[in-house]
Design a protein around this ligand. Structure first.
Ligand SMILES: Cc1ncc(COP(=O)(O)O)c(C=O)c1O
Length: 403
């Protein structure tokens, strides 16, 4: 029996397109799909059942857990499977507030909405006071400001992401964690963008919780995990059975968990190769843009020592009409993300670019390019060529308007 769905080449819009939006989601790796398939087709028991069908699935889940823990320098019992990054962030934040009656959460306004909206909700319910640090222009936080806030609010929860999803700026987890430990605060970090792009040894890192999502590293959508350091209580967000040792009720998504384990292994086993490839693409695109489009500028880290190789956030010169780059790139077969309201369908533009002080006009001319395994230098040439043409046309029409 054939698939109910048409092959990709039956969708004219998907053919020959260039995908530079890997910070949004990545393609499922073929070997991940292969690892998942038996758990979608053949192994249909319930992992909570004690008979052979159930035990087979339980073993697969525990093997994925051990594998993930081994790669991250953690213990298997510290990994809780979730439905993705959003749930993991929510579990960490709400769980600490519930278990320890924490009354203050310190975070940054340019965190992902999985964090900011969760904190805002707790504040609206009167359960906590939120303190928002002032983001630095590169997307980092000021350690001095954090230290001062922690001095006044020592028993807090701090939630700061490891790398920003729009800017790619990497924060210093070690330094933030040290400040939290000294103050006696809990520290959660959203590591959704860094997982498999940065190496971790969680046993020695001063971080209490980290969140991850498989679809950001060539695994399936709808699965992720929360790491919770041994000794920290983490109540379940969902009420029901005692799956995940009581931390997350509900029958496990076995195929997705197996796929996530395989995807994480694949990425860490080929870490250097992937890292070098992405870094090469990012640097090459930046050089080409600087050469071909005068007035282009870049948002995020001031140098590559604390920049993710996956992301290049670009603001095009003011001759370019706001929102046009994204729209035209899409028409030209290039999938990317941007900060403007018209692209995201949101009420306002990117809260991240706003948070680092960009004007609405600059936000409207900004595009995030994000790279993956399958991207090539040739694709970058094609995209830069299109951008060069678009920017050139924009200059011409701008000059015409001016004259
Ligand atoms: C930094 C960050 N945190 C959290 C999430 C949410 O993860 P998920 O899509 O698995 O819910 C994302 C996804 O875009 C992200 O980039």
């Amino acid at each position: 029996m054939g698939s109910r769905y048409l092959p990709l080449d039956a969708y004219p819009f998907a053919m020959n397109r260039i995908y530079l939006d890997h910070a949004a989601s990545t393609p499922l790796a073929p070997e991940v799909w292969e690892a998942m398939l038996p758990f979608l087709q053949d192994h249909y028991g319930n992992p909570s059942s004690t008979h052979a069908h159930g035990r087979q699935l339980r073993n697969a889940i525990e093997e994925a857990r051990r594998n993930i823990a081994r790669h991250l320098g953690a213990q298997p019992s510290e990994i809780i499977f979730t439905s993705g990054g959003t749930e993991a962030d929510n579990m960490a934040i709400q769980g600490i507030v519930e278990a320890y009656q924490v009354k203050t959460i310190i975070s940054s306004p340019i965190e992902h909405h999985a964090v900011t909206h969760c904190i805002e909700k707790l504040e609206a319910e009167g359960r906590i006071e939120a303190i928002w640090l002032t983001p630095l222009p590169d997307g980092n936080i000021s350690l001095d400001e954090l230290a001062a806030v922690l001095k006044a609010h020592p028993s807090s929860l701090v939630s700061i992401m490891h790398a920003n999803n729009e800017l790619g700026t990497i924060t210093d987890l070690e330094a933030i964690g040290k400040l939290c430990k000294e103050a006696g605060a809990f520290f959660h970090s959203d590591t959704v963008q860094t997982m498999t792009n940065v190496r971790y040894h969680l046993a020695s890192l001063p971080v209490d919780m980290i969140a991850a999502s498989a679809h950001k590293f060539n695994g399936p959508k709808g699965v992720g995990f929360l790491y919770v350091k041994k000794g920290i209580s983490m109540p379940s967000l969902i009420t029901g059975g005692s799956q995940e040792r009581g931390h997350r009720a509900g029958t496990e998504n076995v195929a997705a968990i197996v796929g996530m384990g395989r995807a994480l292994s694949m990425c860490y086993d080929r870490f250097d190769e992937k890292h070098d490839h992405l870094e090469h693409l990012r640097s090459y695109m930046r050089e080409q843009l600087m050469e071909k489009i005068p007035g282009v500028s870049f948002n995020g880290a001031a140098d590559d020592s604390y920049a993710m190789p996956t992301v290049l956030n670009v603001t095009f010169p003011d001759s370019v009409e706001e929102g046009m780059m994204l729209f035209q790139l899409d028409l030209e077969g290039v999938s990317v993300s941007g900060g403007s309201a018209c692209q995201s369908g949101a009420q306002t533009g990117s809260h991240v670019l706003q948070g680092i002080g960009k004007s609405a006009a600059e936000i409207g001319r900004s595009v995030r390019f994000s790279f993956g395994w399958q991207n090539t230098k040739e694709e970058i040439d094609v995209v830069v060529g299109k951008l060069h043409t678009m920017a050139g046309k924009a200059v011409l029409s701008h000059d015409n308007k001016m004259s």
